[in-house]
Ligand binder design. Structure first.
Ligand code: UD1
Length: 437
């Protein structure tokens, strides 16, 4: 990891109009590995996490864990955690850099009985309140207060309780599960998020000895345990990284095979791409998805995001790029993050016809977009711009530090699939930024 200022951040230069072909292994899931790393702090035994993606958010997580007194080593794609005596204050600077740091609230309550932390950072995709996290932790007997930009929590002993989520929040459910598995007694959670990443976290916790029933359904019952033990857990493939490359193939045309991804995690995305004219072949046994696209895309009338199994908000920007090349008009409604349309303005610079108003975006497809210099302003916006460039002349995407938060190496993956894409020196850094070496 280097800390850089006054250096040039890398940008991506893409020359489109090349069909994709070939096969890649899909990286481990970002949104699964982060809560699993937090879970590893719930035992003093060794937890080994395999297939860990090399992304900035994982390194931030590692820094917070190390600053809190845990051993956390990363070698290739294996993270080894041995939690010692945790201090009760997660590192402020690192917590402020990524959203998943909110998960330390539940963990520190369970292990230390208290926490003080700043509001978590993360992508700029609209307001991301923590009220469900806080109310849920209160239902387990914790006192949680917000003061002066900090969240402070404490409890003598966490006790099982019940909480009905007003909305099936992924992060809030993970937080409360992390606390409840070590609380005294039974916890009943209703209107729970059903995302595959919840199932992954619970699978890992069950391997650590936790008693959890109903993960992946709307009701989860947990019987708390005084201690948990170590385990070896393998992180499944990243459904959003896979979906991004599927969408890229829809734009460029071609024939690609994605390995190491459970096809049923992508049903909503696959349905839309098939309606737009892609041919998909999936193999559940070998966890493969094959995409065949002829470079022509039919329009769909609407794309509406929602909690799993509905269309994921994390694929909304990338599908907007595909729609920008379709043969008609489509309305996008992001019902999860209502203002998550950062990609629209940059796609318009490439000649796309997109208007954003009243919390929805209308995209009218064109046969071609033109190359331009565009800038990523959040993780998925960056991914959307890169795949949009696969159908255009030479395009430069700045702001690629955002992309490194969730994609191990989008250049490596797309080049392996036959794209003409290179890292180049990009914009100058005017503030300290941590870069993966
Ligand atoms: C997680 C994912 C993110 C994904 C999102 C929705 C991680 C690290 N991030 O984010 O990639 O886009 O799920 O699938 O896993 N809300 C509240 N109060 C709360 C919590 C949430 O109002 O206390 C609202 C949010 O503002 C948002 C909605 O609930 O409108 C969903 O948010 P949530 O599911 O919590 O997303 P994250 O866990 O932050």
């Amino acid at each position: 990891i280097h800390y850089m200022r006054g250096f040039f951040m890398r940008s991506l230069m893409i020359s489109g109009h090349r069909r994709l072909r070939g096969m890649i292994n899909v990286q481990g899931s970002k949104n699964s590995v982060l809560p699993v790393m937090a879970a590893a702090l719930l035992t003093e035994d060794k937890v080994i996490i395999e297939n860990c993606p090399a992304i900035t958010d994982v390194y931030h997580m590692q820094k917070v864990m190390q600053a809190a007194g845990a051993e956390c080593d990363i070698e290739n794609d294996i993270v080894t955690v041995r939690s010692g005596m945790l201090k009760s204050a997660p590192d402020e600077e690192y917590c402020a850099r990524f959203r998943a740091s909110s998960l330390f609230m539940g963990v520190f309550l369970a292990v230390c009985g208290s926490f003080v932390m700043p509001y978590p950072g993360g992508c700029n995709i609209g307001s991301r309140p923590l009220n469900y996290h806080i109310d849920g932790l209160r239902s387990l007997g914790a006192v949680v207060e917000e003061a002066g930009g900090y969240i402070i929590g404490y409890c003598r002993k966490l006790k099982g309780g019940s909480y009905e989520f007003p909305y099936p929040s992924v992060g809030a459910l993970e937080n409360i599960i992390l606390a409840a598995v070590r609380a005294e007694g039974k916890t009943c959670l209703t209107n729970c998020a059903k995302e595959p990443e919840i199932v992954d976290l619970c699978d890992c916790l069950k391997m650590m000895g936790a008693d959890i029933d109903g993960a992946g359904t709307g009701t989860i019952i947990i019987n708390g345990k005084a201690t948990l033990h170590g385990c070896r857990y393998r992180v499944p493939g990243d459904r959003i990284a896979a979906g991004t490359y599927m969408a890229g193939c829809a734009i460029a045309g071609g024939n690609i095979c994605l390995r190491g991804i459970e096809p049923e995690r992508l049903t909503a995305v696959s349905d839309i791409l098939q309606k737009m004219g892609c041919h998909l072949f999936t193999d559940k046994k070998s966890n493969e998805i094959i995409v065949m696209a002829d470079g022509r895309r039919r329009a769909v009338t609407s794309v509406v995001t929602g909690p799993y199994p509905e269309f994921p908000t994390d694929m909304q920007a990338q599908i907007m790029s595909v729609l920008a090349y379709s043969g008609g008009c489509c309305d996008i409604y992001d019902n999860v993050f209502e203002n998550r349309y950062n990609a629209a303005g940059e796609l318009v610079r490439m000649g796309a016809v997109i208007s954003v108003s009243g919390g929805h975006a209308r995209v009218c497809g064109r046969p071609a977009l033109k190359g331009a210099r565009v800038c990523a302003t959040d993780l998925r916006c960056g991914a959307a711009l890169v795949i949009a460039a696969l159908g255009a002349d030479c395009t430069i995407v700045d702001g690629c530090s955002y992309i490194c938060r969730g994609y191990e190496d989008i250049q490596r993956d797309l080049e392996q699939l036959g794209a003409d894409i290179k890292w180049i020196p990009g914009e100058e850094l005017t503030e300290d930024l941590e870069l993966q070496s």
